[in-house]
Design a protein around this ligand. Structure first.
Ligand code: NFS
Length: 652
C-alpha cells in the first residue's frame, strides 16, 4: 500500500491531497503524519481537572505484579480518571447536539408565531404526532396554536428540573422500566449535562460505576431528547425526508459556476440558501460575472440535511472539508457550528476562498463573520451569496476539480421506511420483522459517525458495511459514514444485487430500496432509536430493543458527539462497537465494565475493534446470539464467504 493509499480509499481525496502538496498547502493529512497522539492522553489516564496536575495515571500493567495503585495528587485512581474523562466526552457531545436542538426549537417557535416568513409548518401530520408525544392538546385547535405550544413544550425539555423528559415515553415499555429502575431517566437536558460536569469536577463523584451510569443518563438526554427534538422539529418545518436522488463527492463542484459550500450542522441557513440561489436578482448578479450560475453544495451534516430534503449535492465528508477548498473552485465556504476545522482559514488563504462564519457561538480567526438570525434569514443568505458572486473573479489559475461523483438515493426517515415497507394504507414495520423472522434479513445494524485522520479515510466503515450486507444484515447509516456509503455506490437500489447477500438482496429488490439506508445527519440517529422501537412494537422479536438482532458501530469516530451517541445506544440496549481508538484503555476495570458488565445493567454494551472484518464478525455473532435467544436461529443458515466468493462479488 502506498503512503497515499494509507490516507484514503477515495480517489477524489487522494487527488486533492496530491494537489495540496503541489500547491504548498498543508492539510490535516500532513499534520496527522507529523504529530502522533499523546499516548497518555489517548488512553484516558491524564487528568487535567485541577491545577495540581495534569496527573498521568496509567493503570499498572499486569506484568508489574500487584504494584501499589498509582494515583493523582488528590488520590484519583486510573479508574476514576478514565471514567471521568469518558463522562466529560458524553457531556460535551450531549451539549453539542442539544444546543443545536435548542436553536431549532427557538426557530420553530418563531416560525409558529409567524415571525420567520421563510419557514412554515410543512408537515402537519408530523406536527400532530409530536404534539401528542409532548402532551399538547389537539382538540379543535388551529395548526398555529398547536405549533406554538409544541415549540414551548420542546423548550421546556431543556430546563426541566424534575420528572422525565417527555420522549422517553416513546421507548418500548420494558426499556422505560429498565431506565426507571436504574434511576437514569433524564429529567431535563441541561440539568443532566450540568450535573455530569459537576460530578466530574475534582473531588466529586469518584466511583467509576456511578460516573458511567450518570453518563448514561446524560447520553439518554441526548438521544431521546436533544437529538430527537432537533430531528422532529426540523422535519416539521423543513419537511420529513422522502427518498430523493442526489450526487456525492468533490466532483459535484463546477468549474464554470460560482461554488458555495455550506458546512456545519444546523439546517436553518442552508434551507434559506436553497431558496435564495433561485432569487432572480441573485441569479442575474451571478450571470453578470460570466459564471453559468450558482452551485450550492453541502459538506458534513449540513449537507445531509439539505441533501435529504432537496437533493442538494454533497461535496464530501469530514476529512474532505479542506480538500474542497484545495480544488481552487470554492468561492465561499460558509460554516455554522461543529466539525469545522480551524485550519480551514489557513487553507482558504492558499486559494481565493472566502470562509464565512455565521454562528455567534463559533467564530474563526481569519474568517469573515456574517451572523445568521432567522428573523432576517433571506437577507443574510443573499449577503453570503453576494460575497461568493463578488469573489468569483478572484479565482486563480490552479483550479482542478476531480471528476469523481456518485449517484445516491437518500431520505429514509423512520416514517418513510414505514410507508415503503407496508404501503400507505397499512404502513408498518411488520414486513421487516417477518423478513427478519424468516431469515432473509439476518439483522439490523446502525453504522454511524465520523472520519478520523488516524485511519485510512472511509476504509474501516466501508469494509464493515460491505461485510454486513453480504451477510444479509440491513444497514442504517447517518453522518459521515453515510457519505462514505454514498461515494462507494452502496446507496442505490442496484447495490442490493451487487453487494448484498441473497436474502437481503431479494427483500431490497421487492421493496425497491438500497441495502444501506441513509437516515440523515448525526442528530438523526434518533431516527434509528425510533426505527428500533417500531420493530419491537411490530411484534415477534421480543419486547425490548435489547432483544433485537441488532448492533451498532462507529469505526471512524473522532468527535465527542460520537461518544454521547454510542453511550445512548448502549444505554438503550444496543451492542455498540467503536474503532480507531478507545478512550478508557487507561483502566482495564473501566473498560471491562463498559464492555462486559454494562450488559447486566442496561442490556447493551460497548465493544472495541479496529479491524473492520473482526468488527463485522462480532456484530454478526451478537445478532446470531439474539436470533438464537428469540428462537429464530433455525430459519437461516450462515453463509460463509470464502476469498473466491468475495473476489467474485467485488468484481461484479
Ligand atoms: Ni457527526 Fe456530523 Fe461527521 Fe462526525 Fe462531524 S459531521 S454530527 S460528528 S464528523 S459524523
Amino acid at each position: 500500500m502506498s503512503d497515499l493509499e494509507k490516507k484514503s480509499i477515495d480517489p477524489a481525496t487522494i487527488k486533492m491531497i496530491q494537489k495540496a502538496a503541489v500547491d504548498g498547502c498543508e492539510t490535516i493529512f500532513d499534520r496527522a503524519e507529523a504529530m502522533k497522539p499523546c499516548p497518555i492522553g489517548a488512553e484516558g489516564s491524564c487528568c487535567k481537572n485541577c491545577a495540581m496536575g495534569p496527573c498521568r495515571v496509567p493503570a499498572p500493567k499486569k506484568k508489574d505484579g500487584p504494584a501499589k495503585k498509582r494515583m493523582g495528587l488528590c488520590g484519583a485512581t486510573a479508574e476514576t480518571i478514565a471514567a471521568r474523562n469518558f463522562a466529560r466526552m458524553v457531556a460535551a457531545g450531549t451539549a453539542a447536539h442539544s444546543d443545536h436542538a435548542r436553536g431549532i426549537a427557538e426557530a420553530f417557535l418563531a416560525t409558529a408565531k409567524g415571525e420567520v416568513p421563510e419557514f412554515k409548518i410543512k408537515d402537519e401530520q408530523k406536527l400532530l404526532q409530536v404534539a401528542m408525544d409532548l402532551d399538547v392538546e389537539i382538540g379543535d385547535r388551529s395548526v398555529q396554536e398547536i405549533a406554538i405550544e409544541v415549540g414551548k413544550k420542546a423548550l421546556e425539555e431543556f430546563g426541566r428540573q424534575q420528572g422525565e423528559v417527555r420522549f422517553v415515553k416513546r421507548a418500548p415499555a420494558k426499556r422505560q422500566e429498565i431506565w426507571r429502575k436504574l434511576g437514569i431517566v433524564p429529567r431535563g437536558i441541561d440539568r443532566e449535562v450540568v450535573e455530569l460536569m459537576h460530578r466530574t469536577h475534582m473531588g466529586v463523584d469518584q466511583d467509576y460505576k456511578s460516573l458511567l451510569l450518570s453518563a448514561a443518563r446524560c447520553a439518554l438526554a441526548d438521544g431521546w431528547a436533544g437529538s430527537m427534538i432537533s430531528t422532529d422539529l426540523q422535519d416539521i418545518i423543513f419537511g420529513n425526508p422522502v427518498p430523493v436522488l442526489g450526487e456525492i463527492n468533490l466532483g459535484v463542484l463546477k468549474k464554470d459556476e460560482i461554488n458555495v459550500v455550506v458546512h456545519g450542522h444546523e439546517p436553518l441557513l442552508p434551507e434559506v440558501l436553497v431558496g435564495a440561489v433561485k432569487d432572480p436578482e441573485i441569479k442575474k448578479a451571478a450571470l453578470a460575472t460570466g459564471a453559468k450560475g450558482i452551485n450550492l453544495v453541502g459538506m458534513c451534516c449540513s449537507a445531509n440535511e439539505i441533501l435529504m430534503r432537496h437533493g442538494i449535492p454533497v461535496a464530501g465528508n469530514f476529512l474532505q472539508q479542506e480538500l474542497a477548498i484545495v480544488t481552487g473552485a470554492v468561492d465561499v465556504m460558509v460554516v455554522d457550528v461543529q466539525c469545522e476545522m480551524q485550519s480551514l482559514a489557513q487553507v482558504a488563504k492558499c486559494y481565493h476562498t472566502k470562509l464565512i462564519t455565521t454562528s455567534p457561538k463559533a467564530k474563526i480567526e481569519g474568517a469573515m463573520h456574517i451572523e445568521f438570525d432567522e428573523h432576517h434569514a433571506t437577507a443574510v443568505a443573499k449577503k453570503i451569496l453576494m460575497e461568493a458572486i463578488d469573489n468569483y473573479k478572484n479565482r486563480r489559475a490552479n483550479v482542478e476539480i476531480p471528476d469523481d461523483k456518485t449517484d445516491q438515493v437518500v431520505g429514509f426517515s423512520y416514517e418513510t421506511i414505514n410507508y415503503l415497507l407496508g404501503g400507505m394504507f397499512r404502513a408498518s414495520y411488520r414486513p421487516l420483522n417477518d423478513n427478519i423472522i424468516n431469515g432473509r434479513i439476518r439483522g439490523i445494524a446502525g453504522v454511524v459517525g465520523c472520519n478520523n485522520a488516524r485511519v485510512t479515510h472511509d476504509d474501516p466503515n466501508l469494509t464493515l458495511i460491505k461485510e454486513l450486507i453480504k451477510n444479509d444484515v440491513i444497514v442504517l447509516v447517518t453522518g459521515c459514514a453515510a457519505m462514505t456509503c454514498g461515494k462507494a455506490g452502496l446507496l442505490t437500489p442496484e447495490a442490493a444485487r451487487k453487494y448484498a447477500g441473497e436474502g437481503l438482496a431479494s427483500v431490497c429488490e421487492a421493496v425497491g430500496i438500497p441495502p444501506v439506508l441513509h437516515m440523515g445527519s448525526c442528530v438523526d440517529n434518533s431516527r434509528i432509536l425510533l426505527a428500533a422501537t417500531a420493530v419491537v412494537k411490530a411484534g415477534g422479536l421480543g419486547d425490548d430493543i435489547s432483544d433485537l438482532p441488532a448492533a451498532g458501530a462507529a469505526l471512524e469516530w473522532m468527535s465527542e458527539k460520537a461518544v454521547a451517541i454510542g453511550h445512548y445506544f448502549v444505554a438503550s440496549g444496543v451492542y455498540t462497537v467503536f474503532g480507531t481508538t478507545w478512550p478508557t484503555t487507561g483502566s482495564e476495570e473501566v473498560t471491562k465494565h463498559l464492555f462486559e458488565e454494562f450488559e447486566n445493567i442496561t442490556k447493551g454494551k460497548w465493544g472495541f475493534e479496529s479491524d473492520p472484518l473482526k468488527a463485522a464478525k462480532s456484530m454478526i455473532d451478537h445478532i446470531d446470539k439474539k436470533r438464537k435467544a428469540l428462537g429464530i436461529d433455525k430459519t437461516r443458515e450462515r453463509v460463509l464467504f470464502d476469498m473466491a466468493k468475495r473476489r467474485e462479488i467485488d468484481a461484479a
